[in-house]
Design a protein around this ligand. Structure first.
Ligand SMILES: [Zn+2]
Length: 396
């Protein structure tokens, strides 16, 4: 699938526009192999922190590095080990991806125990912890100990939007890898290599404003593209308080519907799998007792599912706010005559139409949307009231 991009680049082929990072990680992987051969350590580190703006490829970089550490050939991209890392099935790779709003101490302790195991492939035991900023304070403390004194063959790869989002004690023990927002052309190149038509890839890359995953979805998922079109149809309709309130309500409702659709597909199969794991449908000694035990586990699962649903809804709202912010940035860019590529491809007429009035309001609009987006991450209200307020005040 990514054969073209990966040719020559190995496992790092999917990283768009991050040449400096790739060079550093290649060097570290080579140093790690030297350590395994019993040579002196010239640049291998046991704890890494990958940071960068959302969509810049933090977890892609971390996963590529994991593959390079585990592959006998430094991350060739085509051996069984590289393939297993790509599919998330490698026995020596622990993938942690918090799908709820936070990651708790119990899960972290469990993870630390597993991370201490001896690598079955004889190389490294790699823990890739995405969204490490979601670890609770207690969880972070549990993690700290493991990172301070890692077993000789364990490597921790933490990912977070910025180093500031982790407690100082953890980040000071990690080697920092900073990814930049990739240019649209670099993202388009990766998508083209995956089979997307070049024009379509470039349009999606510009619309996604440096977010690779979002660009991929816009280029390949008609539903995601349609939802974005719905969001970009909002500004032309905003003629007063009434339409603005309706638009804000519609955005929240659409986010709920999107989250519902995703969770509906996930929740029931997970509950079914749990019931089967506890012996539902079986007969024999001990089954009745096991089925009684399912209630507690089911409650835990349902709490996690609820937390995930909230996060999905907020992510969806966040995407809508980012699209709106990009629209108003485009308006500003056209107004001041900046020679930049517009993110709102396909909506140029609306952008130009907006340029004709309310000129003074647009810097505020873009700023308000950024505040709204930030409030989504910190608010415990659902939906965050400040977010709805900001949408309403932005669009007026
Ligand atoms: Zn390989």
């Amino acid at each position: 699938m990514t054969g073209t991009a990966a040719s020559g680049a190995g496992v790092f082929g999917e990283l768009a526009g991050q040449d400096a990072v790739v060079a550093e990680l290649r060097g570290a992987a080579a140093a790690a192999s030297a350590v395994l051969r019993g040579e002196p350590n010239t640049g291998m580190t046991h704890a890494w922190l990958f940071t960068g703006p959302p969509g810049s490829g933090r977890s892609v970089a971390a996963r590529a590095f994991a593959a390079a550490l585990l592959c006998p050939d430094g991350g060739c991209g085509h051996c069984p080990s590289c393939h297993q890392v790509r599919t998330g099935t490698h026995a020596d790779l622990l993938l942690v991806r918090p799908d709820g709003l936070s990651y708790g101490v119990k899960q972290t302790r469990n993870l630390v125990l597993r991370a201490a195991g001896v690598p079955s492939g004889g190389r490294w035991q790699v823990v890739l912890f995405e969204d490490a900023d979601r670890a609770t304070e207690q969880a972070a403390n549990a993690l700290l100990k493991a990172i301070e004194e890692p077993p000789p063959r364990t490597v921790w790869l933490l990912c977070a939007p910025s180093a500031e989002e982790l407690v100082t004690t953890i980040r000071s023990r990690c080697r920092l890898v900073v990814l930049r927002t990739p240019p649209a052309e670099a993202i388009a190149e990766v998508l083209s290599a995956e089979g997307v038509a070049p024009d379509r890839a470039l349009t999606a890359a510009r619309a996604a404003q440096g977010h690779i995953g979002r660009a991929r979805r816009l280029a390949t998922d008609a539903g995601a593209a349609a939802r974005r079109d719905d969001v970009l149809a909002v500004p032309p309709r905003l003629t007063g308080l009434g339409p603005a309130l309706s638009a804000a309500a519609a955005l929240v409702k659409a986010a709920q519907a999107e989250a519902d659709a995703i969770t509906a597909d996930l929740d029931e199969p997970e509950r079914g799998a749990l019931r089967r794991a506890f012996g539902e449908g079986s007969t024999g000694k001990g089954v009745a007792k096991a089925i009684r035990g399912v209630a507690g586990a089911m409650k835990e699962l349902e709490d996690r599912q609820k937390s995930r649903a909230t996060r999905l809804k907020r992510d969806s709202l966040d995407r809508a706010l980012l699209d709106l912010a990009a629209f108003y940035r485009d308006v500003l860019a056209v107004q001041v005559g900046a020679a930049v590529d517009l993110a709102s491809a396909g909506h140029e007429a609306d952008v130009r139409h907006r340029c004709r009035g309310y000129a003074a309001a647009f810097p505020n609009a873009a700023a308000n949307l950024s505040i709204a987006s930030a409030s989504l991450k910190s608010s415990s209200v659902n939906p965050p009231a400040s977010c709805v307020d900001s949408v309403t005040s932005t669009v007026l």
